[in-house]
Design a protein around this ligand. Structure first.
Ligand SMILES: *[C@@H]1O[C@H](CO)[C@@H](O)[C@H](O)[C@H]1NC(C)=O
Ligand SMILES: *[C@@H]1O[C@H](CO)[C@@H](O)[C@H](O)[C@H]1NC(C)=O
Ligand SMILES: *[C@@H]1O[C@H](CO)[C@@H](O)[C@H](O)[C@H]1NC(C)=O
Ligand SMILES: *[C@@H]1O[C@H](CO)[C@@H](O)[C@H](O)[C@H]1NC(C)=O
Ligand SMILES: *[C@@H]1O[C@H](CO)[C@@H](O)[C@H](O)[C@H]1NC(C)=O
Ligand SMILES: *[C@@H]1O[C@H](CO)[C@@H](O)[C@H](O)[C@H]1NC(C)=O
Ligand SMILES: *[C@@H]1O[C@H](CO)[C@@H](O)[C@H](O)[C@H]1NC(C)=O
Length: 354
């Protein structure tokens, strides 16, 4: 019998027992991981050849088997994988035809993975932004033909921030399909920067700059009216939305002045956002995040394999401690799997039991 099947049976037994004894339900942890990555061997090789890191983070080794082991360790039943930065555009002058071919190969690789392990893996499609025409074609192919869970868009694509009016044709297609965008941080434009590996300060971009990149993308979507014009597109921002929850007050005040909308109107757009718990389930971050978004706009994230075990394990422990002590059983389920199961019902089958 497969490990998952066993786990499901054990969970069902526990739930039945708790219903009978009418005690607090035991922690029957089951999760959908909406922030984790796949690194196909051909892609790792291409990055190494071009001396490219993920915002200063060395490219980790990855295989489906290794990933499944980590999923079992963290009680993740389903992983929705995405490619990490720099996605399919390896350098600022990377030829468009090359990045289109690379995105297609990555998407077909991810599709194959989802076919090989239909209960365990799904994926966010890789696009080719800032190439809009190629991104539209790839999004349509991935969503309509490969049944992708959604699309991944970097907060900054070669210096062009998410929310750019140039991306409107892509948003129109995503809106038609009620698609979910996973917003992953990348390298923000930086004076004097030679490559996507470097920041201007010596601090690697993934250390701090990534959080600015994500926060800025979220604010820009409201500033540029994308959230108003394309209300059916949902966004999950990585890492608790950077520092968006913490800085909400000033961001809302400033956006109000810039857009002539009311604070209530800005807030109601902010509240449509989802964020994940990857590397941000600390006792410092969770209260702020939940104060802004409630517990039904948070999804579980591990950031495996870019986050090492000594980051994703304690982060998950912090989350579980918080879930044991501070929230209801309903909230626990929302964060671990229910919110994601509702967003991505089109890639789940009924027998998966979400
Ligand atoms: C690779 O990138 C690093 C960091 O940007 C740089 O220090 C190093 O010189 C580069 N190596 C090659 C062979 O380009
Ligand atoms: C995984 O689930 C089992 C059984 O419910 C539980 O004992 C264990 O603590 C969980 N581990 C994590 C990391 O969630
Ligand atoms: C992209 O175009 C260049 C120049 O026309 C050509 O040399 C290269 O082989 C093309 N690459 C792909 C993947 O089609
Ligand atoms: C996906 O699987 C098909 C059929 O096995 C194979 O021909 C194709 O090369 C695979 N694609 C990738 C990108 O691995
Ligand atoms: C998108 O969502 C709207 C509102 O919930 C619904 O009416 C519509 O049928 C959905 N469209 C698709 C393509 O799922
Ligand atoms: C956003 O929409 C408002 C009202 O429709 C309009 O006045 C404003 O110019 C738009 N802003 C942008 C950046 O498109
Ligand atoms: C906001 O309103 C003021 C005064 O009505 C007007 O001058 C300004 O152009 C408006 N700004 C935008 C972005 O609509």
């Amino acid at each position: 019998m497969e490990k998952t099947t066993l786990l499901v049976i054990v969970c069902l037994l526990q739930l039945t027992a708790s219903a009978i004894s009418n005690e607090d339900a035991p922690t029957c942890t089951k999760r959908i991981d909406t922030h984790c990555h796949f690194v196909p061997p051909f892609y790792a090789e291409l990055l190494h050849e071009n001396n490219i890191t993920a915002g200063g983070r060395a490219i980790p080794s990855w295989s489906a088997i290794q990933h499944l082991e980590v999923m079992d360790l963290l009680n993740v039943s389903l992983s929705i994988v995405a490619i990490s930065t720099p996605a399919a555009v390896l350098t600022r002058d990377y030829p468009v035809n090359e990045s289109r071919q690379l995105a297609r190969r990555l998407n077909e690789y991810a599709y194959n993975l989802s076919m090989e392990y239909p209960q365990r893996f799904s994926f966010f499609a890789t696009l080719t932004l800032p190439d809009v025409e190629g991104s539209v074609a790839e999004a349509i192919y991935a969503l309509d033909t490969l049944n992708a869970a959604g699309v991944m868009i970097l907060a900054t694509s070669s210096d062009e921030l998410l929310g750019s009016p140039r991306f409107d044709p892509l948003y129109a297609e995503l809106d038609k399909r009620n698609a979910t965008v996973f917003v992953h941080p990348s390298q923000s434009p930086c004076p004097g920067q030679q490559s996507f590996n470097e920041g201007s300060t010596g601090l690697p971009p993934f250390a701090v700059d990534f959080l600015l990149d994500t926060t800025r993308a979220a604010a820009n979507l409201i500033f540029r009216n994308v959230t108003l014009k394309y209300p059916n597109v949902k966004h999950i921002f990585a890492h608790s939305g950077g520092f968006l929850p913490f800085a909400t007050f000033r961001i809302v005040k400033i956006l109000k002045g810039l857009t002539n909308q009311t604070e209530e109107a800005i807030m109601s757009q902010l509240e449509t956002f989802y964020v994940d718990t990857a590397l941000s389930a600390s006792k410092y971050a969770l209260p702020s995040t939940i104060a802004l978004l409630g517990t039904n706009h948070l999804t579980f994230g591990s950031d495996y394999p870019f986050a090492p075990a000594d980051a994703y394990i304690p982060n998950t422990e912090h989350l579980d401690k918080f879930l044991r002590e501070d929230v209801t059983t309903t909230a626990k389920k929302q964060i671990n799997f229910k919110t994601a199961a509702d967003l991505f019902s089109h890639v789940l089958s009924e027998d998966m039991g979400y």
